[in-house]
Design a protein around this ligand. Structure first.
Ligand SMILES: NC(=[NH2+])NCCC[C@H](N)C(=O)O
Ligand SMILES: [Mn+2]
Ligand SMILES: [Mn+2]
Length: 316
C-alpha cells in the first residue's frame, strides 16, 4: 500500500538547484547540486513514479564574484548577494508550487531557507515547517556571533528583531508563526537562539529527546505540535549535518553526536507516510570537505536517500 500525496496526487516535482555558498565562508557547498544530480538524483526520483523537472533560478547569477569581505553594522556577511539569490529562489519555488508541482530545493547552504520557507508560506499559509538540523538557524543580526546568514534564515521569515535586518531583505514576507515550526536533531544551538526558542515556545527536539523517546516518538511529537490534525502541508527543510558526521562527513559545520543514517532517513520516511509533504530542501552538502572520495560518496548518497525516502521509496 503506497502512500497518496494529498498535495501532489499526480506526483510531479521540480528539483530547484541552488548552487550557492554566500551564507557561510567555506567554498564547495555550491557544488552540492552538481554532485547530487551527477549521482542520478533526478532518475532515482523518476523511478519512484514521479515526473521530475529541473530548474536553476541562479543560472544567470554570477554570485561568486559578488562575494566580498563587506559586513553590515551587525557583522552580517554577503547581505546583498544572499538576498538577491534568495529572492530568485523564492520566486522559483513559489511558481513551481503554484503550478501544482512539489519543489525540491537542493543546496547550497541553508541561507536559502529564507527563500523556500517564505515561498511555501506565501503559496499556502497553513504550511508547517519541519527543520531537521544540528543547528537552529534562527539567529538574528543582533544574536549571531559568526555573521553567517546560513545561521539566520528562520529569524527573517519570522520577523524576529526585524529592526536589525539588512535593508536588502525587505522583500522577505514574514509569514512564519512560532507554532508552525518544529526542530529535530538539534545539538549545537547558540545562547541567543536558546533564548529565542524559549521565548517563542518553539517545538525543539534535540538529540537528547531522540535518545530518550526514540526517533519514532519524536517525529510524532514534533508533528503533534505543528500539525495536530495532520491536515496541513509540510515543508521539510533537511540540513544533512543533522546526521552524524560518521555517515555524512562532507558538510561545513559538523557536530558530533548526530542522528544515525537510519534515524535520519526515518524522519523523511515518516513525513512521506503522512502524505502531507508539500516541499523539501536538502542543503549543506559540501563535496570539497570530504577527506577522501568515500566521504564525498557517503554524503552525496545520504542526500539522495533523504530525497528518495521523502518521496516514498521505502513505503510499502
Ligand atoms: N546551516 C548551518 N549549517 N548553520 C550553522 C550555524 C552555526 C551557528 N549557529 C551560526 O549562526 O553561525
Ligand atoms: Mn546545520
Ligand atoms: Mn542548517
Amino acid at each position: 500500500m503506497s502512500v497518496e500525496y494529498k498535495y501532489h496526487p499526480k506526483k510531479q516535482a521540480t528539483i530547484v538547484t541552488a548552487p550557492f555558498s554566500g551564507g557561510q565562508p567555506k567554498g564547495g557547498v555550491e557544488l552540492g547540486p552538481e554532485y547530487i544530480l551527477k549521482a542520478g538524483f533526478q532518475e532515482q526520483l523518476q523511478s519512484l513514479g514521479w515526473n521530475v523537472e529541473l530548474e536553476n533560478p541562479l543560472e544567470s547569477t554570477n554570485y561568486e564574484k559578488s562575494k566580498s569581505d563587506d559586513k553590515d553594522e551587525y557583522g552580517i556577511k554577503n547581505t546583498k548577494i544572499v538576498s538577491e539569490c534568495c529572492e530568485k529562489i523564492h520566486n522559483s519555488v513559489k511558481g513551481i508550487a503554484n503550478n501544482g508541482r512539489l519543489p525540491i530545493t537542493v543546496g547550497g547552504d541553508h541561507s536559502i531557507g529564507t527563500a523556500t520557507v517564505s515561498a511555501m508560506l506565501a503559496h499556502n499559509p497553513d504550511t508547517c515547517i519541519l527543520w531537521v538540523d544540528a543547528h537552529a538557524d534562527i539567529n538574528t543580526p543582533k544574536t549571531t556571533d559568526s555573521g553567517n546568514l546560513h545561521g539566520c534564515p528562520l529569524s527573517f521569515v519570522m520577523g524576529l528583531d526585524s529592526d536589525s535586518y539588512p535593508e536588502e531583505f525587505s522583500w522577505v514576507p514574514q509569514l512564519l508563526k512560532a507554532n508552525k515550526i518544529a526542530y529535530i536533531g538539534l545539538r549545537d544551538v547558540d545562547d541567543g537562539e536558546k533564548r529565542i526558542l524559549k521565548e517563542n515556545n518553539i517545538a525543539a527536539f534535540s538529540m537528547y529527546h531522540i535518545d530518550k523517546y526514540g526517533i519514532g516518538q519524536v517525529v510524532d511529537m514534533a508533528l503533534n505540535k505543528i500539525n495536530p490534525d495532520r491536515d496541513c502541508p509540510i515543508h521539510l527543510s533537511y540540513d544533512v549535518d543533522a546526521i552524524d558526521p560518521s555517515f555524512v562527513p562532507a558538510t561545513g559545520t559538523r557536530v558530533e553526536g548526530g542522528l544515525t543514517l537510519r534515524e535520519g532517513l526515518f524522519v523523511a520516511e515518516a513525513v512521506a507516510e503522512t502524505g502531507l509533504l508539500s516541499s523539501l530542501d536538502i542543503v549543506e552538502t559540501n563535496p570539497l570537505l570530504g577527506e577522501n572520495d568515500n566521504h564525498v560518496l557517503d554524503t552525496v548518497s545520504a542526500a539522495c536517500a533523504i530525497g528518495r525516502c521523502a518521496l516514498g521509496q521505502t513505503l510499502l
